[in-house]
Design a protein around this ligand. Sequence first.
Ligand code: C2O
Length: 577
Amino acid sequence: MAAYLCMVAIFIIGSFSWVFPEAAASASHGAVTRHYNLNIRLQKVTRLCHTKSMLTVNGKFPGPRIVAREGDRVVVKVVNHSPNNVSIHWHGIRQLRSGWYDGPAYITQCPIQSGRSYVYNFTITGQRGTLLWHAHISWLRATIYGPIVILPKLNASYPFPKPHKEVPILFGEWWNADTEAVINQSLQTGAGPNVSDAYTINGLPGPLYNCSANETFKLNVKPGKTYLLRLINAALNDELFFRIANHTLTVVEADAVYVKPFQTDVLLIAPGQTTNVLLKTHPNATSASFLMAARPYFTGMGTFDNTTVAGVLQYGKPSMTSLNVSIGLPLPALPPINGTAFVANFSGQFRSLANSQFPANVPQTVDKRFFFTVGLGSSPCPKNQTCQGPNGTKFAASLNNISFALPKTALLQSYFFGKSNGIYTTDFPSTPLNPFNYTGTPPNNTMVANGTKVVVLPFNTTVELVVQDTSILGAESHPLHLHGYNFFVVGQGPGNFDPSKDPAKFNLVDPVERNTVGVPSGGWVAIRFRADNPGVWFMHCHFEVHMSWGLRMAWIVLDGTLPNQKLPPPPSDLPDC
Ligand code: C2O
């Protein structure tokens, strides 16, 4: 009898850990808390026959999955055993009144210093789908990232056929060199950083690189089944096209919000974006293999990593020869590198599911309007130095021509304790100070201004923000990410935004709701959100290089009058700078 009970216990724990790897759960009154430990360490990792010391989490690369259900509380103890300062961001998690746990270094917290720890503690409210977690300081997210899987509430189902299996697919970017050295050198010389050596799928570059045939992601499938692929772009600097040869995908969710399902052969996914797709396997294929591949979309003027990552979709038992076979398989055709027409058409297909169970609560009226330009520019070369950026300057990037300087202490603490003096100012411009023809001939002076400037919003303000790409130093798509919120993408278009014509075309019924949107290359995008989450919220380009150059700013959302509209005080273990 005892042995039988013991076997049942093992079975329950075993099956639980299959769905929730590395998690410990405790339940009280129906609410479930999931506990995770993330240990950050320096470790040797080899790819493309290059071994380097890099930061890993729990000895894994990519890092472990965080799995929870909608409504769960997630408690993650992050222990920094590495020599670097680290912080972790739960990208796309709304963090309702839990801004102390959002994670961007010097915005909501000082970094976790070497040998220290911090316990992140947040509840997942009104979200289900796929997100990601990643380091949020310098370029450490190059190796510190992993999936967040949010399952529907217990006994709730998907608004699409139940998949046979669910598979996270993370795109990443690999440098043979140390990525901190890469960005530090770029910031020193003013030149663009060295481009990556490979893209990866779940950490593996695939057979199209030198010395990488054994480092190929394989997805083993059965015929006639539906698989839910949880696609995550964790690459640093590249939007990626993705396709699986001979298979059509059905998009069902973006940034942890259900969308009206649509079919596509090719996907575009920007850094910071997540997309859930259904893959239906062919009913009669018992042993066959197909390549899946991803490579960049790029319209800028600089250099980029123009390589292709491939993986294998394998029907039936993996055979001994499948490794070599994968090299001979046909690559799926992808749009041209600068395929802006494809991108415009593809992003136009996303619509919120917007049904009674999952409504799209689009703000129908606007309290405050903003117009921000986004793009590259220059900053002066220091005296007695030669710089390798544009015309002997340094590359910079800005919103409304302000290149955001990170403060020495965290903005949220300065704000909460009323000590903003010398840390930040509240004069971030709501429109460009010197308007020009944004997508036409650039102005003579392309120098950016520097500052730590924020916008202050009263609680519950409805905001409309138009973000306009500039062609200064080349038109380029910018994946704009907002912390603490989802926003609705109510409009987008090519060229300069026309305030007299374009708003009439806005979709206020079922626009896609997400946390990261690609500002079209040489075009504009309009978003709306309701400022109902008090705190300090970072907004930035999710290209890490543009963020390093200053393409970032912050919104301060004030407390409301009711007790449940206020940000609680910080936890006692909040790191100091
Ligand atoms: Cu995924 Cu502020 O970033």
